[in-house]
Design a protein around this ligand. Structure first.
Ligand SMILES: O=P(O)(O)O[C@@H]1C[C@H](O)[C@@H](CO)O1
Ligand SMILES: O=c1cc[nH]c(=O)[nH]1
Length: 343
């Protein structure tokens, strides 16, 4: 095992072969590990053959969004299903989360808020470990409220902070408060930004994301069931956090950043804004507009995955998966050179 320095404060352990390390000595001693909320187990399922080829884990709040992403990425990478079959929700019998696998991509719903995404991340990180997945990359494709930016803008988080602007996830453990740094991969953030194009009919920006424990009072809304502050108080708060660099507010990035970082897994959070919070609280855009907006983070992540697979020679330029299905070696080389920034 080797040590990688992430910052002066913290080092993380890594196995040289890139497999995910668990920071829990108890798991190895257990006869079997039941991933209860995924409806999977380390003995009941052959996790290595089911998931050993995973490279990308893409998470989003709703089962519908992750199913849609699974079908979209399937089409984009030319992944074929056996005739007459459809994608299967692998975790359907957990009745908690939905999970779809398309070649090297796992698409999983995480529900709403830090507790829900946290439980899922524990089990997905263990799944990566049991399946001996190498160097997985995790993405959250979400929705958020923007501050001073138009609805439909895509925000790639450079940092996640809590409602008090602290870049840490706090969790009481055995009666003591534990703090974990919430860090996202800076290089991955830049690489994603570079994949936004001038032809996209919306902006893609990098910004600081505030992650709250609540949608209403936690995000300073005036339209919850309860509200003990004034419109002026709300606007002063939003102005203050905006000045501190916050561009958007959502409810999972802190846990996503902290737990992936603690596991030594590269991750990024990409959210589309549904409302400019300086102009209002309610999400008023029509359903069709909201649904098109939600596709925007998916498009960016899909571009990243395709670029990655093209560079590894696992995808042809016209988007067909295969072992070495490169159509024109000369053009492929060009793609490789253009996209040197992608790992
Ligand atoms: O998964 P998404 O991005 O839709 O999650 C955001 C944050 C909360 O879970 C939810 C609130 O509407 O939207
Ligand atoms: O304002 C918003 C919109 C989506 N999700 C949030 O958490 N906040």
């Amino acid at each position: 095992m080797s040590r990688r320095t992430i910052s002066q404060e913290e080092e993380i352990d890594e196995y040289p072969d890139g497999t995910v390390k668990l920071r829990n000595p108890h798991i190895e001693l257990m006869d079997q590990d039941i991933l209860y909320h995924l409806a999977l187990g380390s003995e009941s399922h052959d996790l290595v053959s089911m998931f050993g080829d995973v490279k990308f884990v893409v998470m989003g709040g709703t089962p519908k969004r992750v199913e849609q992403f699974a079908y979209y990425i399937m089409q984009e990478i030319g992944h074929k299903l056996p005739a007459g079959t459809t994608l299967l929700d692998i975790s359907q019998y957990s009745y908690r989360y939905s999970m779809y696998k398309v070649g090297p991509v796992l698409s999983i719903s995480h529900g709403m808020g830090i507790p829900s995404v946290g439980i899922l991340l524990h089990e997905v990180i263990k799944l990566m470990y049991h399946a001996r997945v190498k160097d997985p990359i995790f993405f959250r494709i979400g929705t958020c409220g923007g501050i001073g930016i138009e609805g439909g803008t895509v925000v790639i988080s450079e940092e996640a902070v809590d409602g008090l602007l602290r870049p840490v996830l706090e969790l009481p453990v055995l009666g003591k408060m534990h703090s974990r740094p919430a860090r996202l991969d800076k290089k991955l953030t830049r690489e994603l930004k570079a994949l936004a194009t001038a032809e996209d009919p919306y902006d893609t920006i990098i910004g600081k994301t505030m992650c709250t424990y609540d949608f209403y009072e936690g995000q300073g809304r005036l339209d919850g069931a309860f509200c003990d502050y004034t419109d002026e108080d709300k606007m002063a708060f939003l102005g203050r956090v905006h000045e501190a660099g916050v561009t958007n507010i959502e409810m999972e990035s802190l846990s996503f950043a902290a737990l992936t970082h603690h596991a030594g897994i590269k991750s990024a959070v990409i959210c589309v804004t549904l409302v400019d919070r300086l102009k209002g609280d309610q999400v008023l855009a029509p359903k069709e507009v909201l649904s098109e907006w939600q596709e925007r983070p998916q498009k960016l992540v899909c571009r990243y995955i395709k670029r990655y697979l093209q560079m590894k020679g696992r995808l042809s330029l016209d988007g067909h998966c295969g072992s070495m299905c490169v159509k024109s070696p000369r053009r492929f080389k060009l793609v490789q050179q253009e996209s040197e920034h992608v790992d």
